[in-house]
Each structure stands twice: as C-alpha cells, then as structure tokens.
Design a protein around this ligand. Structure first.
Ligand SMILES: [Zn+2]
Length: 184
C-alpha cells in the first residue's frame, strides 16, 4: 500500500499535481484541511513522503500512522507489513513543531499579597527597633541612604539570626515589589 492509499483510507483523497519526485499528489490536509495544501510523494523513499504547506507536518507512511492514527512505531510497522527491527527509516521525517504558547503571568493571589504585605510591615517594624540598628547603620553609613529613602522603599529586616544567622531585606515602593535580598 502506498502512502497515498493509506491517507486515502482515512478519507483524504489526493489528485495528481505534478511529476516531481516520481509523482506529486495534492489534497486536503488530514490535520488542517484545505483543498490542495497537503502534498504526497508516494515514490519517495521506502515509505513515501508527505508535507503540508498549512501546518508544516511532514514525514513518511510510518510517521503518518504514528501521528494521525496514533499508533506506536511497532504498530505502524505491522500495518505496513514490515519487520519492526529494520534499520530505522524515520530519518528525514519529523512531527510538526509544537506550537509555543507564551506563558501568561499573573500577580499572585490576594492571600499571597496579604501575607507578603504582612511580612513587609513586620520587616519595616524590625528595622526601626534596636534589633535593626546595625542594619539601619549599614544603610545610612555604608549605602548613603537617607531615612526618607529607607522608608520610601519600605526597606525592612526580618531577623532570622537564631536559625540561619541571615537577615532578609525587603524593598517595596508605591505598593510594588522592587527587590528582596538576603545578607549573610
Ligand atoms: Zn496541514
């Protein structure tokens, strides 16, 4: 059975459209329809070749059976009356490129926002207590930040020294997160 007949079995007939590659046939794409976008070359290679101008799918009879009839490589070989362990004829055939969908990002949910806001408030509180004096000192003496800036960015301190001997500095400005860093 040629690849053209195989595809025809699935109700996608094709008509001769030229003589390139030993005969080119055109018909609707089994995947994306149309009228003559799907091209088949039954005499190309051992299992023929197909290529769709619409969706870009291409391959041979084995690939077609795997891709369109959802069968395994082994099942495809059986269908075509081939030994499974023949050297692979799959080189040169490939499934269509998967469509890349841009990932939609969204702000964290209300619960996260509320918890984060609480953490920021806590951090700001600690910075302006004796616990935070060394950090305040660091901000003003070493970083040259004035109090208005420190408050404006909601810089804060979460003392974690009992556990990890690290502190977390959190920065917010106008309700927007601008940074989070950890110091040793
Ligand atoms: Zn197509």
């Amino acid at each position: 059975m040629t690849i053209r007949e195989l595809i025809q079995q699935d109700s996608f007939p094709s008509q001769k459209a030229g003589s390139t590659g030993g005969g080119e046939y055109a018909g609707p794409s089994p995947w994306c329809g149309g009228e003559d976008r799907f091209r088949v070359w039954p005499s190309q290679g051992e299992f023929g070749k197909y290529w769709c101008r619409g969706c870009g799918r291409s391959g041979d009879a084995i690939q077609y059976i795997r891709d369109h009839r959802r069968m395994t490589y082994q099942e495809a070989c059986h269908q075509l009356g081939r030994e499974v362990n023949l050297p692979s004829t799959l080189s040169g055939s490939r499934p269509a490129k998967p469509q890349r969908e841009p990932r939609v990002t969204a702000a964290p949910g209300d619960l996260w926002q509320a918890k984060a806001r609480k953490l920021v408030d806590e951090a700001v509180y600690h910075l302006w207590t004796p616990t935070g004096y060394p950090m305040l000192d660091f901000f003003s003496q070493r970083r040259g930040l004035i109090d208005a800036t420190i408050r404006g960015f909601s810089l804060g301190l979460i003392p974690l020294n009992r556990v990890k001997k690290t502190s977390v500095i959190i920065a917010m400005r106008g309700g927007e997160w601008v940074g989070l860093l950890q110091t040793g």
